[in-house]
Ligand binder design. Structure first.
Ligand code: HEM
Length: 392
C-alpha cells in the first residue's frame, strides 16, 4: 500500500489495519520512524499505566528550557512523584462538582449556537457547534475574556499540530505561540493573584497541600494543557458521534423513544470511534511484550483506538451497539493519567445530544458535501462535517 493511501486510511478508517495488527503483529517495530506500536487491549492498558517502565517524560523535552516552553512542567508529560503532586493540587480546583455546576451555562451556550442555526436545513456541525463549544467552555472556566477567544484558538491550533506530530524539537511557530501564551497567562495569573474571582485560575492559585502551592511554571503548564487536551478531543467526540449515528440512523429513533440510552450511546461512540487514537510513552528499561524485546529508551505508541476494538475484550467488537453493557473502553486512558476532563467531555456531549434530540428528528451527514478528516496520527475526528437536519 502507498504511504499516502496508508495515511488516508489512518485518518478515515484505521480499523481494518488495527484488526490485522492485533492478529499478526500485536507489537510492531516501525523501522522508519523508530517507534514501537502496541495494539491489543491488555498491552495498551499496561503501557498507559506502568510509569516505572513506560514513562510519560519525553527525553526530547528540555525541562530546563521552561521559560520558553509552557508545557515544560505539565502533568501529562510527568511521572510520579511529580505527577502525583501536580494532579493532587489541580484536582482540588478542577472537581467533578465544579464541572457539574457548569451544566446550565453549557446548556445555554449550546442553545445559543443552535438558535443561530434555526431555519438552516444544513450546516457544518464542526464550525457551528463542535469546535466553538469546548473552546468557549474552557475559556469561561479559566475566566478568560470572551474577546480573546480568537487568539486562544490560534494558539490551540499550533499546540494541537505539535501534539499531532508527536514529541519533537519545537519549531519557530511553536516557540512564538509558547512565548505569547506564556505571557498571556502570566498576566491573567498576576491579575487573579491581586483580585481573585470565581474562576479556575483563582481556585488553582489557592490549591495547597501541606503548605505547598503550584509554582508559576506549573500553573502555566496546566492552563496550556487544558487548552490542548480539552479542545480538539471533545470536538472529535461530537463529530464522531454524528458520523456513527449516520451509519446507524435507527439510533436517533431509539434515543427519542428511550432518552435513558443517551449515556450508553455516548460511551459506545467513545469505544467505537475513539477521539484519541494513540498516546506516546518512552521505555525506561528493556521490557518484553508479546515475546518482543523493546529496548530501553524506545518510543512506544499505545493504540487506544485498536484496544477499544479488541475482540477478546468486547463481544462483537466491530459492531456499534448503543446498549452495550459493561463497556470497559479506555478512550480516556487508563491508570494515573486517566483523563481529568472526562466528566466535562461527557457532560458537554450529553448536553449537545439532548439539545439535538429536542430540536431534530435526526442529524444526517450531507448527501453531497463531503466530510473531511482531521489529519493526525494521534487524534481521530472530522475537521469538516456538513450535515442536514430534519426539525421536529
Ligand atoms: C472526548 C474528549 C476527551 C478524550 C477522548 C480525552 C482523552 C484523554 C486521554 C486518552 C488521556 C490520557 C493521556 C495519557 O495517558 O498520556 C487524557 C488525559 C488528560 N485529559 Fe483528556 N480527553 C478528553 C477531554 C478532555 C477535556 C475536556 C479536558 C479538560 C478540560 C481534558 C484534560 C485532560 C488532562 C488534564 C489530562 C492529563 C491527566 C494526567 O496526566 O494525569 N481532557 N485525556
Amino acid at each position: 500500500m502507498s504511504s499516502d493511501r496508508f495515511m488516508l486510511d489512518l485518518y478515515t478508517n484505521p480499523y481494518p489495519w488495527y484488526a490485522a495488527m492485533r492478529e499478526q503483529s500485536p507489537v510492531l517495530y516501525d523501522q522508519q520512524r523508530h517507534i514501537w506500536n502496541v495494539f491489543c487491549y491488555a498491552d495498551v492498558k499496561r503501557v498507559l499505566s506502568d510509569p516505572a517502565i513506560f514513562s510519560s517524560e519525553s527525553p526530547l523535552r528540555n525541562r530546563s528550557a521552561g521559560a520558553q516552553n509552557v508545557f515544560a512542567v505539565s502533568m501529562i508529560n510527568s511521572d510520579p512523584p511529580l505527577h502525583r503532586s501536580l494532579r493532587a493540587l489541580v484536582s482540588q480546583a478542577f472537581t467533578p462538582r465544579m464541572v457539574q455546576n457548569l451544566a446550565p451555562r453549557i446548556a445555554a451556550l449550546i442553545a445559543e449556537m443552535l438558535d443561530a442555526l434555526t431555519d438552516q436545513p444544513s450546516f457544518d456541525c464542526i464550525d457551528a457547534l463542535a469546535y466553538p463549544l469546548p473552546v468557549m467552555v474552557i475559556a469561561e472556566m479559566l475566566g478568560i475574556p470572551v474577546e480573546d477567544r480568537a487568539q486562544f484558538k490560534k494558539w490551540s491550533d499550533v499546540f494541537v499540530s505539535e501534539v499531532n506530530l508527536g514529541p519533537r524539537v519545537p519549531n519557530p511557530e511553536m516557540q512564538q505561540a509558547n512565548r505569547e501564551l506564556g505571557a498571556y497567562f502570566a498576566s491573567i495569573i498576576a491579575q487573579r493573584r491581586k483580585e481573585p474571582r470565581n474562576d479556575l485560575i483563582s481556585a488553582l492559585l489557592e490549591a495547597e497541600i501541606n503548605g505547598q502551592y503550584l509554582t508559576q511554571q506549573e500553573l502555566l503548564g496546566f492552563c496550556a494543557l487544558l487548552l490542548v487536551a480539552g479542545n480538539e478531543t471533545t470536538t472529535n467526540l461530537l463529530g464522531n458521534l454524528i458520523v456513527t449515528f449516520d451509519e446507524h440512523p435507527e439510533v436517533w429513533d431509539a434515543l427519542h423513544a428511550e432518552p435513558a440510552l443517551v449515556d450508553s450511546a455516548i460511551e459506545e461512540v467513545l469505544r467505537y470511534r475513539s477521539p484519541v487514537k494513540a498516546m506516546f510513552r518512552f521505555t525506561r528499561e528493556d521490557v518484553e511484550l508479546q515475546g518482543q524485546l523493546i529496548p530501553s529508551n524506545s518510543m512506544v505508541l499505545a493504540w487506544i483506538g485498536s484496544a477499544n476494538r479488541d475482540e477478546t475484550v468486547f463481544p462483537q467488537a466491530q459492531q456499534f451497539d448503543p446498549r452495550r453493557a459493561g463497556n470497559q473502553h479506555i478512550a480516556f486512558g487508563y491508570g494515573i493519567h486517566y483523563c481529568l476532563g472526562a466528566p466535562l467531555a461527557r457532560l458537554e456531549t450529553k448536553l449537545v445530544l439532548e439539545a439535538l434530540l429536542q430540536r431534530y428528528h435526526s442529524v444526517r451527514c450531507h448527501p453531497t458535501l463531503p466530510a473531511e478528516p482531521v489529519q493526525s496520527p494521534i487524534t481521530f475526528g472530522l475537521s469538516k462535517l456538513p450535515v442536514q437536519v430534519r426539525p421536529l
